[in-house]
Ligand binder design. Structure first.
Ligand SMILES: NC(=O)c1ccc[n+]([C@@H]2O[C@H](COP(=O)([O-])OP(=O)(O)OC[C@H]3O[C@@H](n4cnc5c(N)ncnc54)[C@H](OP(=O)(O)O)[C@@H]3O)[C@@H](O)[C@H]2O)c1
Length: 245
């Protein structure tokens, strides 16, 4: 059991493109990191090695967030190793296109169970620990501006992200004033490598601030939220103004 007094962050999906940068940056903010990985074993090892240069007590665990048993196991191991939880970031996510007439039950389950159900049970486990602590802690869910857009080929994904935004508000109200719960909804940060330059330029034309997002845009918002004491139940669209159009 670690009781160095250092703040501790539990983050899912730390091997993702943005999730990885978040985990490293939060370690840089002085947190010990406990992160989950799912299929990226090698990246997880490399990530832990990097994080431990900054935050030596950090740990990782394999966890399929679409299975509530895996989530409870991850939190049980977490509690054997750490005596506090200051910050939860739910970044694990599944994303692929699902043209509406052909959506299968398997595709629906894969997207909704990973994104919505996984986030719910992760937040529930974290909140059970946090609500007993004598200090304010924070939950930040990662969603997507597509929760507010109508993308015809991504219904299970966008519904799952809209669902997380609603959960964010419900958890915020339920666990105030002990736990501050907010969501960050990025616009496009990572572009599918199959998209050509012309398509990327078309995407940029729809963004008033005339560039795609960068992981640093997300990290700055997280740092703002972990320093704030009077914000809860909010969705932060970090999208260069994309939703204005
Ligand atoms: N990047 C963007 O442009 C963008 C835009 C809008 C919203 N977002 C949101 O921002 C967050 C971070 O994005 P990102 O770029 O880091 O995403 P990403 O690169 O797609 O990574 C997602 C991570 O989720 C994990 N994951 C997938 N299925 C899982 C499962 N069943 N159980 C546990 N973990 C699972 C994966 O872990 P393994 O690699 O170990 O399998 C992966 O590392 C996500 O919630 C995403 O939806 C991102």
């Amino acid at each position: 059991m670690t009781s160095s007094g250092k703040k501790v962050c539990f983050i899912t999906g730390a091997c993702g493109v943005v999730g990885n940068e978040i985990a490293l940056s939060i370690a840089g903010q002085g947190y010990t990191i406990f992160f989950t990985w799912h299929s990226s074993a090698e990246k997880a090892e490399q990530t832990l090695e990097k994080i431990r240069w900054i935050s030596p007590e950090s740990q990782m665990i394999h966890c399929d967030v679409s299975k509530s048993g895996d989530i409870s196991n991850a939190f049980s191991v977490f509690q054997q190793q750490f005596d506090r939880l200051d910050l939860l970031i739910t970044s694990a996510s599944n994303f692929f296109s699902t043209p509406l007439p052909e959506v299968t039950e398997q595709e629906w389950d894969s997207l909704v169970n990973t994104n919505l159900k996984g986030t719910f049970f992760t937040m529930q486990e974290a909140a059970r620990i946090m609500q007993k602590q004598p200090f304010v802690s924070r939950i930040i869910s990662m969603t997507d501006i597509s929760a507010d857009l109508v993308w015809r080929n991504f219904a299970p994904y966008t519904v799952s992200k809209a669902g997380i935004q609603h959960l964010t508000r419900v958890f915020a109200k339920n666990f105030a004033p002990t736990i501050l719960v907010n969501s960050i909804a990025p616009g496009t940060v990572t572009v599918n490598p199959e998209k050509d330059m012309e398509t990327q330029q078309e995407m940029i034309k729809k963004i008033p601030l005339r560039r795609l997002g960068d992981p640093l845009d997300i990290i700055r918002t997280i740092i703002f939220l972990i320093e704030s004491d009077y914000i809860t139940g909010q969705i932060f669209n970090v999208d260069g103004g994309r939703l204005l159009q």
